[in-house]
Design a protein around this ligand. Structure first.
Ligand SMILES: *Cc1c(COP(=O)(O)O)cnc(C)c1O
Length: 358
């Protein structure tokens, strides 16, 4: 067996220990004589998995009692509609647009009311995060939406705005990567396939007082209150993804939790950015203080050389480094499950490539 270093932005690399455990339990989960993917979601066995995943996420993120944790389907993109359908009581919301997904969320919001762009970094191709203290929010917005980490452009909020309206954050690409004060948010949502589990499950953390205000047209399956009331078992949930989420949460807890992984993530990102900043070949264009510690885009300045880099990297076991088509160049996604050795090995490869291509 030879595993590559996988820098995919999503779905992305998972901890080897977790994959091994899932493999070992594949044919017979907990002496049930069947795999977790083959049993009813109403069995005690699966419900214990559902409960443990929920409890572990609460513990890891220090989620207060007055929040519901939901495991739903449809990906983060589905939440672009679910958020307005659940929260847009008076038909007005503010959006901070710092990237492609943030823009998509705002466009979807427009279908249900006035989704006003109160700040944007589009003027500089999303290479920075607007100063949150200078944003003028609407007095009567039902919520304020932002994207905490911009997966494609490699930027992140290091400070969140203080808002009168509930703050809603798409944390798909940096949930559990650093400590966050959940009590500052009305809703946090995240597709699991970046930092948690296989695709299929989406996490929604919602303050309970925000439940029960869904628009009349809100589909049952998008209604947070329905999922909260049914412990995410209103219908068949994505059982396997929830099970792997539980394994990843256990892995993270054993490692020391979010505080510990944050230190590792800052260390990994620091190594890579330091190398890029000191190299004469590679460049990262994101405002230094707004740089993501999960997604690191970089270019050589020549499209031809970028293509050569990606090709040679792949041949050397560093895969999925091609940048998003909106940015070009390369992008190294270094989520929680990417080991420090993976980043160090990538830097060694980058050094060698630079020497050979002066
Ligand atoms: C990947 C991603 C999405 C889209 O997620 P899907 O689960 O594919 O719908 C949305 N927002 C952010 C920040 C992402 O990184």
């Amino acid at each position: 067996m030879s595993r590559v270093y996988n820098f995919s932005a999503g779905p992305s690399t998972l901890p080897l220990e977790v994959l091994k455990q899932a493999q070992a339990e594949m044919l017979d989960y907990g002496n049930s004589g069947m795999s977790i993917t083959e049993m009813s979601h109403r069995t005690k066995t699966f419900m214990a998995v559902n409960d443990e995943a929920n409890a572990l996420l609460r513990e890891l993120m220090n989620i207060p009692e007055d929040y519901a944790v939901l495991f739903v389907q449809g990906g983060a993109s589905q939440q672009f509609a679910a958020v307005p359908l659940n929260l847009m009581k008076t038909g007005k919301a503010d959006y901070i647009v710092t990237g492609n997904f943030a823009g998509k969320a705002q466009e979807e919001g427009m279908k249900y009311g006035e989704a006003k762009i109160v700040a944007s970094s589009k003027d500089k191709n999303f290479t920075y995060i607007p100063d949150v203290d200078k944003i003028e929010f609407s007095a009567d917005a039902d919520y304020v939406h932002l994207t905490s980490n911009n997966t494609i452009f490699g930027s992140r909020f290091t400070k969140f705005p203080t808002t009168k309206a509930p703050l809603v954050a798409d944390m798909s690409s940096n949930i559990l990567s650093e400590e966050v004060d959940v009590s500052k948010f009305g809703v946090i949502y995240a597709g699991a396939q970046k930092n948690i589990a296989p695709a299929g499950v989406t996490i929604v953390i919602v303050r309970k007082d925000l439940l029960g205000n869904a628009l009349p047209a809100c589909p049952t399956m998008l209604n947070y209150a329905i999922h909260a009331k049914n412990d995410s078992l209103y219908n068949t949930p994505p059982c396997f993804s929830i099970y792997v989420s539980m394994l990843v949460f256990r892995w993270l807890k054993a490692l020391g939790g979010v505080k510990a992984i944050q230190e590792i993530n800052e260390y990994k990102a620091g190594l890579l950015y330091d190398f890029i900043d000191n190299s004469s070949l590679y460049k990262n264009y994101v405002n230094v203080k707004d740089r993501s510690i999960m997604n690191v885009p970089f270019v050589t300045g020549s499209e031809e050389l970028d293509a050569k880099f990606v090709k040679e990297a792949t041949a050397n076991g560093f895969v999925s480094l091609k940048g998003h088509r909106l940015v070009g160049g390369m992008r190294a996604s270094i989520y929680n499950a990417m080991p420090v050795e993976g980043v160090k090995a990538l830097i060694e490869f980058m050094k060698k490539f630079e020497l050979e291509n002066k």
